[in-house]
Design a protein around this ligand. Structure first.
Ligand SMILES: Cc1cc2nc3c(=O)[nH]c(=O)nc-3n(C[C@H](O)[C@H](O)[C@H](O)COP(=O)(O)OP(=O)(O)OC[C@H]3O[C@@H](n4cnc5c(N)ncnc54)[C@H](O)[C@@H]3O)c2cc1C
Length: 435
């Protein structure tokens, strides 16, 4: 009977090591002015590489991957427990070799790439020696990929790419970008687009500007223009017309990993809220003694535990089925729940800290924006809720109830009487027998 909420003692020890290591050595990295994608910076070499070596020595490097790709093959549940710790701080994924968007890009090159593509890009990517971008969203719309117009036209031995992409994370540090472009405009909707590997130094690739998420000191979201960008034919990634399938493979895992890390961010907010509540005084005691504050702590704890269990259950299902498609409903559900839980807990933590809470000396305003990011990046919440509903309704498609359905009271009574006879008579019969 496998219905267990305990962590294996051996892995619990690993988690303890991760917790200590992240607290002591990784969290301080957020305050030294280095960006996790700036891998060519000499300070990155000096500061981050030794930490990555420690992680590798602990056999905790790239745990999202199977052993064939240099990972540990721990599966999603263990990864979920790890990510709860890594989600506390922005540098941790890079130190542990599981940073987005490189993880997703590596995943699709591993799945769909040719041997040459794997040789050139996969190894360095998995080793965090190079950074990559995923260039899909366009300025005129990101939620609906059928609106994308960036094109790739075959010309001799090359593809010629033209168009604009928006919010290509880490474009300015990337050595290559995976670009989604229309190759077959007349094909059925979901076979119109293909993926390409485009080295960033190819003539015609231009970063128009680097946009920052509000509150971040620098921009890392590239607005990228592609003007007559020529790449050899063998830079097509996967099948021609296969971009939708490839992007779903990529985004499925990424969404779960975001949710796992969000558990960590929520925990941090709740932890700080509790520390403040027991420390901050009023004339008649600390604010933790006020019921209104207690309600906020209780709600946050309840919402976090519900969300965490849902995330871990989804991770467990991915391990069980080894097929993201079978878990699509629950991945979409946790993706939809994530921004709300994160927003509500971070907002309460901010509020309980008063003026300090809204200041730029605390993480909470950044977390609230982070919650909005979680509701937009990888597709907006509304779209994912539609997926949840559609998937859930599948089991009901054959139902055709009459206007007064079988579960209305008169029908239920009638059915019960048919099954058990007249209940009053039954009681009388029993009374006669007893007499
Ligand atoms: C921090 C961050 C990083 C990102 N990184 C990348 C990246 O690396 N690569 C990349 O390609 N993209 C990236 N994106 C872009 C992201 O994928 C898009 O922002 C997202 O798909 C939404 O597209 P949009 O911004 O154009 O919003 P829109 O499509 O304009 O949607 C705006 C709003 O309209 C509503 N809406 C839209 N469609 C529907 C619908 N069908 N039903 C109901 N309501 C709807 C929703 O409220 C939605 O929030 C990133 C975004 C962020 C915020």
């Amino acid at each position: 009977m496998a219905w267990d909420f305990e962590t294996d003692p051996e892995f619990a020890e690993k988690l303890e090591w991760i917790d200590r290591f992240v607290t002591e050595k990784v969290e301080p990295l957020s305050y030294i002015g280095l960006h996790p994608a700036d891998v060519k910076n000499p300070r990155y070499e000096k500061l981050i590489r030794p930490l990555q070596a420690e992680v590798k020595a602990q056999k905790l490097w790239a745990c999202h991957l199977g052993p064939e790709l240099g990972g540990q093959g721990y599966g999603q549940v263990k990864l979920g427990l790890m990510n709860e710790i890594l989600g506390r701080t922005m540098f941790a994924p890079s130190v542990f070799g599981c940073q987005a968007p490189d993880t997703g890009n590596a995943e699709i090159i591993a799945h769909f790439g040719t041997e040459e593509q794997k040789k050139e890009y996969l190894g360095p990517l998995l080793n965090n020696e190079m950074v990559s971008g995923f260039s899909m969203s366009e300025p005129q719309g990101g939620s609906d990929p059928t609106l994308f117009i960036t094109s790739a036209v075959a010309d001799g031995d090359e593809w010629v790419i033209n168009g604009e992409k928006w919010f290509t994370t880490n474009a300015k540090w990337s050595e290559f970008l995976i670009v989604m472009a229309v190759t077959d405009p007349d094909a059925p909707t979901y076979q119109r687009m293909s993926m390409f590997i485009v080295p960033t130094d190819t003539p015609g690739v231009e970063i128009v500007r680097n946009v920052g998420v509000y509150g971040s000191p620098r921009g890392s979201e590239g607005y990228v223009r592609y003007t007559n960008v020529r790449v050899p034919k063998d830079h097509l990634l996967g099948e021609r017309g296969g971009a939708f399938i490839i992007s779903q493979t990529r985004l499925g895992g990424g969404r779960v990993h975001h949710a796992m890390r969000t558990v960590g961010s929520c925990r941090r907010a709740l932890d700080l809220m509790c520390r403040r509540a027991v420390s901050r005084k009023t004339r008649d005691g600390v604010i933790a003694d006020k019921q209104a504050v207690q309600m906020q702590i209780a709600d946050s704890y309840i919402e976090l535990e519900q969300f965490r269990l849902f995330v871990l259950k989804t991770a467990w299902m991915i391990d069980k089925y080894k097929d993201y498609k079978k878990v699509r409903k629950d991945i979409a559900a946790i993706k939809s729940q994530m921004p709300k839980v994160y927003h509500d807990i971070a907002a309460r933590a901010l509020h309980v800290h008063g003026a300090l809470g809204v200041s730029n000396e605390m993480p909470f305003a950044g977390q609230v924006i982070g919650a909005f990011v979680m509701g937009i990046a990888d597709g907006p919440t509304e779209v994912h809720k539609v997926t949840v509903a559609r998937q859930h309704l599948r089991a009901y498609r054959d139902v055709q109830d009459p206007d007064f359905p079988a579960y209305s009271l008169p029908q239920l009574k009638e059915a019960a009487l048919e099954l058990y006879g007249d209940p009053v008579e039954a009681v009388h019969e029993m009374a006669d027998q007893e007499a």
